[in-house]
Design a protein around this ligand. Structure first.
Ligand code: PHE
Length: 313
């Protein structure tokens, strides 16, 4: 048996020999069963044989396994220096990248991300935002109405309401999401993305708003951005402003902002004599266009990989 083990050519052969020796009807198994009837000397002999055979099996197994591994390595090696076909790696879409960058900036400034539904009820999209039915400001936004009276949210401002209703104040939140209006040309789509910020506390002022907008834009574009505000009107802020950003030698309209209207706070059970805050909102598809030098917003959503590649993404 010892020679047979030493000369085994394969793991299968070795396994067969092992069964022959240590299996249920194996030769060694049979000897071990008789141990109780043997003298001490005889026992020592059987024990020694047992140990020796097990050792032989073990060594042979290791030897055969190594041989198998070496044979495999010899035939299946990979030549890492060979040229290979380039694999295309996926990248984030410019809009997704913009979203991530903006979120990172706002989070670094202490704003917490909130989300809300894209199909909104009248209360959150309009009424709670101090825009009751028949309010002329409803015409500012060409709304998609659903048959049940709900709307495709026209602005992420609805999420301000949801957040304040849920956790009250003080609050420092932002929201990012799709919004919908009936419009479409090279710079407008019926579905676009807005970013919204809200900060309500006991001593939040208009200068906090201006500083926040400037910091947000400067961090996003990674350069010092000049902004200016112009008086404007939104039902849910008072005073209301629109803010522009200096881009080259032009002023670009970015979005709306203002101090949260007392009625909006009241609608969320917040006492406006105690708390005040600012809110801002703007479309960020445009920001992606500016940051990455893209011209036609519609191309963002064509899903044309050739175009995406040309953008450097
Ligand atoms: N919701 C406004 C819009 O869509 C923007 C805005 C948000 C204005 C917050 C003021 C405060 O035009």
């Amino acid at each position: 048996m010892k020679d047979k083990i030493k000369n085994a050519k394969s793991l299968e052969e070795l396994q067969a020999l092992y069964t022959e020796t240590f299996g249920k009807n194996g030769t060694m198994t049979a000897k071990l069963k008789t141990m109780a009837t043997l003298s001490n000397e005889e026992r020592a002999v059987v024990n020694a044989e047992n140990t020796e055979l097990r050792g032989l099996f073990k060594d042979k197994q290791t030897e055969l396994e190594n041989a198998a591994l070496n044979a495999k390595l010899a035939t299946e090696y990979v030549d890492v220096t060979l040229d290979c076909e380039p694999k295309n790696r996926g990248t984030l879409h410019p809009v997704t990248q913009t979203l991530k960058d903006l979120s990172a900036v706002l989070e670094s400034m202490g704003f917490e991300l909130w989300t809300g539904p894209e199909i909104e009820d009248d209360w959150h999209n309009f009424t709670a935002l101090n825009t009751p039915e028949y309010h002329p400001a409803r015409d500012m936004q060409d709304t998609f109405f659903l048959e049940n009276g709900n709307v495709m949210r026209t602005q992420t401002s609805s999420i301000q309401i949801r957040a304040m209703e849920k956790v009250g104040v003080p609050i420092k939140m932002f929201a990012i999401g799709s919004t919908y209006r009936k419009e479409m040309d090279a710079t407008h789509l019926p579905s676009f993305h807005q970013i919204e910020g809200l900060y309500v506390d006991k001593d939040v002022t208009m200068s906090d708003l201006i500083a926040t907008l400037r910091t947000l834009l400067s961090k996003f574009f990674e350069r010092d951005i000049e902004i200016r505000i112009r008086p404007s009107y939104f039902p849910f802020t008072e005073p209301s402003v629109e803010f522009d950003m200096k881009w080259g030698d032009k002023w670009l309209e970015m979005g709306g902002a203002g101090m949260v209207h007392p009625n909006v706070l009241r609608n969320c059970n917040v006492n406006p004599d105690e708390y005040q805050g600012f809110a801002f909102g703007f479309g960020w598809d445009r920001m992606a266009m500016l940051k990455y030098g893209l011209d036609d917003i519609r191309k963002f959503y064509d899903g044309d990989v050739r175009w995406l590649k040309n953008t450097g993404f």
